[in-house]
Every structure is written in C-alpha cells, then in structure tokens.
Design a protein around this ligand. Structure first.
Ligand code: B12
Ligand code: SF4
Length: 479
C-alpha cells in the first residue's frame, strides 16, 4: 500500500548545544503513524544542518513529500518564516502546518507573516491525524488557526486527553547517535505535562496539567532499557517530583529500574526527607528555580515561594549531597541595589554557587529577565504599549537568550542602562562566586562534602522516609 507521507521538521535552537530529544514532535509522529501515514523527521537541530544543507535535503525529499509540519518555539520565528518560504518555493502546492509554542502564543502573527497554510495551538496529539488526512479542509478542527479570506480564525484549543493513551516516544525516528553521544546511555522523557503555577515570566503551552500513571512510565522505561540498555533518564517535566505520594512512588520506581536520573523541582515542594529519598533513589542532577533572594521580587514574579524556602532548599540539597542547578533571574522589574544585596546574602547564607561553570566556560549563574511570548510579563508589556511591535520583538528574540554582553540585551526591565545592568549582574555573580570559593577551599569543608556526596546506593532506598499523609500534602492538582 502506498501510504501518504508527512515530514515533521525540528528547526535549530541558535546558540544551544543539542541536548534533549524534541518529544512533542515524536509523539505527533506516533499519532500520524497510527492512522496510516508514513512519517519522517528532519531534525535540523539534532543534525546541526546549515541552511544550505536543509535546502538540499528538502529539494531531494520534495518528490515524495507534499505535507509538512514544523515545530517552533517563539525564538524560532525568523527561521520558521524562512523554512516555510523555502518549502513553498520548492513547490507552491506543498501543505505546511506550524505548531508548538510559537503559534500557540502568536497564532495570528504566524499566519500573517509566514506562508504557512495553517498553524496549530496547543497539544496536537489528538488532532494531527485529522489535520493531515484532509489538510485543505482542516479549518473545522480544534486548535487549528486558518485564513477565512482576510480574516484569521483561531479555533478552540484541543481538549485535554489521558496521557496514558500515548504510545511510547519513538526515539528511533531521531538521530539517536547525536543525542546519545550527549546523554550517554540516557534519554529525556516526559512523565507529566503542564504546571498548575502561574509564574509571571513563564510561557506554557499546556493549559491543563496532567500526569501519566507510574505504571505507564515504568513500562516505557523497561522497554527503553531493553532497547538501548538505558542507564539514565532526564525528566523533562516542569514538575515531575513533588512532596506527594506520587513523588515518592516515582522515585522508587526509578530506583527499582536502577536508573540514574535528573529532574526539575520547585523549592517549596521538596523537603529534606524527599531530597534524601531522591538521592537514595538515583537522582544525581536537580534543577530548581530559586529566581531571587528578594521576597519583593519573588512576589512580583508571582512565584509563590519565599526566600526562606530558597535557603532551606539549598541547605537541604547540600545536606543530602545533591548539588542542584539553581536557576536565578537577574533584572526582573523592581531589581535594585537592595534586591541584589539580598540575593548575595541568600547565596552567602546557603554557601552556594553553581557546581560547575556553564557552557560558556564562565561562572554565569543568572539569566537576564526577558519577556517571553506567552508569559504574563510579556502580555503586560504589550498591554501597556511597552512592546508595541510584536513582530519586531519576535525577530529580536531569535538568538534565544543567553545574554552575556550588554549588546545582547533584548529587553531591559530595570532602571539601569544595558551596560550598567550587565556590570551589576557580573559583580553580583563574582561576589557570590568568590565567597563560595573561599569557603569551598577550606579543607574541612572539602572532606565534609566528599563524605556527603558519597553514593548511597540503591539498597538504601527502603531505609529512607516514606511519604506519610500527616506530612505537608501537596494539593491533588499539583502532581
Ligand atoms: C526540553 C526543553 C528544551 C530543550 C529542547 C527541547 C526540544 N528540542 O524540543 C532545550 C534545552 C534545547 C530548550 C531550549 C530553550 N527553551 Co525550552 N523547553 C523544554 C521543555 C522543558 C520541554 C519540551 C517538551 O518536551 N515538551 C513536551 C511536549 C510533549 O510538548 P511540546 O514540545 O510543546 O509539543 C506539543 C505542542 O507544542 C504541539 N506541537 C509541537 N510541535 C508541533 C508541530 C506541529 C506541526 C503541530 C501541529 C503541533 C506541534 O503538539 C505537541 C504534542 O502535544 C519546555 C517546557 C515544556 N514542558 O513544554 C521548555 C520550553 C519549550 N522552552 C522554552 C524556552 C523559552 C527555551 C529557550 C528560549 C530558553 C533560553 N533561555 O534560551 C531555549 C531555546 C533556545 C533557542 N535558541 O531557541 C519555553 C518556550 C516558550 C516559547 N514561547 O517559545 C518552554 C515552553 C518553557 C517555558 N515554560 O517557558 N528547551
Ligand atoms: S516557572 Fe516553573 S513553577 Fe512557575 S509556572 Fe513555569 S513551570 Fe510552573
């Protein structure tokens, strides 16, 4: 049988190392295969192809493919414009759908300024099959953004669905060798989707948070162990592990499978007992949004955490022997001399600094607050007329935002000029770093750290504290 063919395309993330499998695209490929399509994935990011190589590959593919789906972040707007143009130049009759965070937050701009035939907002797992089955008639499908003459119509977003219905992610459709080279015998997986919090700087694609059952996740990991000899797993979720029965169960399941793993947590949803349990269950890398040492700034961010929780988190991590990757935002509206001093004080009290220099080779530990489309911060600036040209803004955020030099600043939310802001950021980081270096080099502390970091081993899992209903319970909707 001659199956209809679809090509899904993953654009590059400028300036970022190839790191995690793009899970969303894989899930969509599964769904399309399920309803009879032949799917191939052009992972431009994974293969690190330049524009010339992309054009060449797409020209060769054009005799077999007429249906294309492009997945894009807001930071990939310019590239998406170019890619759609290229596909249309190759063959005017090619059908091109855009999906991912970019169209989810800017559906109208995507149809106004790219030549895409449709765009899709939100999770497309349940709708992608129907979209490509009848592409030119997809205007009545949920989540689809389409042109009705001059008007651009944004349909209702897709309905949420049970994540256990998803088939396991098809890692084999991606250039596995590239990702495995980076991740070792490891992959990234998603155990949940979405997050019930509303931090003002955050841009979320999933509106209704949901979780997969532990059994479903375990079955996938067993399959991956058999297929790839998997040894490690990175949980890509916003909130995989929290102080809840599920959080403890998830850790125990990962320990049963003898996997090393890493995840992202919220400082208010992990206490020392859970951190100890995580460590004993194989967790060896942890990220957490500490964001600021100033309560005023945390409140302005709507982070719903306290400076005390930040401090307790960093101390608890050190006590159990996990060095977390602390995410910290500099230059949020209201940042001033006082908030900087408070941040320095927090890190001094916690005796904390990043465990290693980041990929720039310098000890940059904070990112510059930058309004991200889809965030409340961004919407607020648009509403107040402070971002008046969203198209120009999308073009400016193209390089992603690893802001190192004043000339890289995309949007300065402070009262300082760019040079002054970056100088203050650097001097704050240097002060924190130097303080940590001085204390870290103390021989007694070094011995203490080595003892605490000594691997505890899977056999200790059962000795650790179990979840008890009388301990602070995480609300049901927070995994
Ligand atoms: C892993 C990850 C990365 C990985 C790469 C991931 C990848 N290649 O996909 C890395 C580390 C590279 C990364 C980098 C960045 N990231 Co990131 N990342 C994530 C994270 C944590 C998980 C992505 C994921 O697997 N999602 C799960 C899957 C199932 O969802 P999905 O990908 O959105 O796909 C669904 C829909 O979007 C839709 N869909 C997707 N593609 C398509 C295509 C078509 C045709 C259709 C119809 C539908 C469709 O259907 C999919 C299935 O339901 C998300 C947060 C999150 N949980 O989503 C942030 C997130 C995507 N990242 C974000 C950001 C901001 C960044 C950076 C800009 C950060 C920075 N400061 O530099 C950089 C990008 C740099 C650059 N130069 O472009 C934002 C994006 C917001 C936005 N408006 O664009 C997110 C949402 C985090 C957040 N809450 O703010 N990231
Ligand atoms: S920053 Fe983290 S906790 Fe806050 S809304 Fe985004 S994903 Fe949720």
């Amino acid at each position: 049988m001659n199956r209809k063919r679809v090509m899904l395309i993953v654009p590059p993330h400028a300036g970022r190392a190839v790191w995690e499998f793009p899970l969303g695209v894989g899930y969509l490929a599964n769904q399309l295969e399920e309803v009879g399509f032949h799917v191939s994935i052009l992972d431009i990011n994974g293969l690190q192809l330049d524009q010339h190589q992309v054009a060449e590959r797409l020209r060769i593919a054009s005799s077999d493919y007429k249906l294309y789906g492009i997945s894009a972040f807001s930071t990939q707007f310019g590239y998406a414009v170019w890619l759609v143009d290229l596909l249309k130049q190759i063959d005017q009759k090619n059908f091109v759908a855009l999906g991912g965070p970019l169209p989810t937050h800017h559906p109208e701009l995507c149809l106004k300024y790219t030549r895409a035939d449709i765009a899709c907002v939100g999770e497309a797992d349940q709708t992608i099959g129907s979209v490509f089955a009848n592409p030119w008639e997809s205007w009545n499908i949920r989540g689809v953004v389409w042109r009705n003459g001059e008007e651009i119509v944004v349909n209702e977003p897709p309905e949420p669905f049970d994540l256990d219905e998803l088939k396991f992610h098809p890692y084999h459709l991606f250039p596995e060798e590239v990702y495995f080279k980076r991740l070792g015998k490891g992959v990234n997986i998603a155990t949940t989707r979405g997050c019930p919090f509303q931090c003002n700087f955050c841009s979320k694609t999933v509106t209704q948070p949901r979780k997969r059952s532990i059994q479903h996740i375990e079955a996938e990991l067993i399959h991956l162990k058999k297929t790839y000899g998997l040894r490690g797993v990175q949980l890509s979720d916003e909130l995989a592990v929290t102080n809840s029965e599920r959080g403890y169960e998830l850790c125990e399941m990962l320990a049963r499978l003898k996997l090393n793993w890493g995840c992202q947590v919220r400082v208010d949803l992990v206490d020392r007992a859970l951190l100890k349990h995580m460590k004993a269950c194989g967790c060896n890398s942890l990220g957490a949004g500490v964001e600021s040492g100033s309560q005023r700034i945390l409140d302005a961010m709507n982070k719903k955490t306290t400076v005390e929780q930040n401090l307790a988190f960093m101390l608890n991590c050190q006590a159990v022997g996990i060095l977390p990757w602390v995410q910290f935002i500099f230059g949020y509206p209201g940042e001033d001399e006082q908030s900087i001093r408070q941040s320095i004080a927090l890190f001094k009290q916690a005796n904390y600094s990043p465990p290693r220099p980041d990929f720039t080779g310098k000890y940059i530990m904070s990112s510059v607050a930058t309004p991200l489309p889809g965030s409340r911060l961004y919407d607020d600036l648009v509403r107040r007329g402070l971002i008046d040209n969203e198209l120009n803004y999308l073009k400016r955020i193209e390089r992603g935002y690893y802001i190192i030099k004043p000339e890289d600043v995309i949007y300065n939310l402070t009262d300082w000029d760019d040079k002054e802001m970056m100088a203050r950021k650097r001097s704050m980081e240097t002060e924190i770093w130097q303080n940590w270096r001085q204390r870290a080099n103390n021989p007694l502390r070094r011995i203490g750290r080595a003892i605490r970091a000594f691997p505890r081993g899977i056999s200790r899992v059962r000795e650790t504290v179990r979840w008890q209903p009388d301990r602070p319970v995480v609300p049901e909707e927070i995994f």
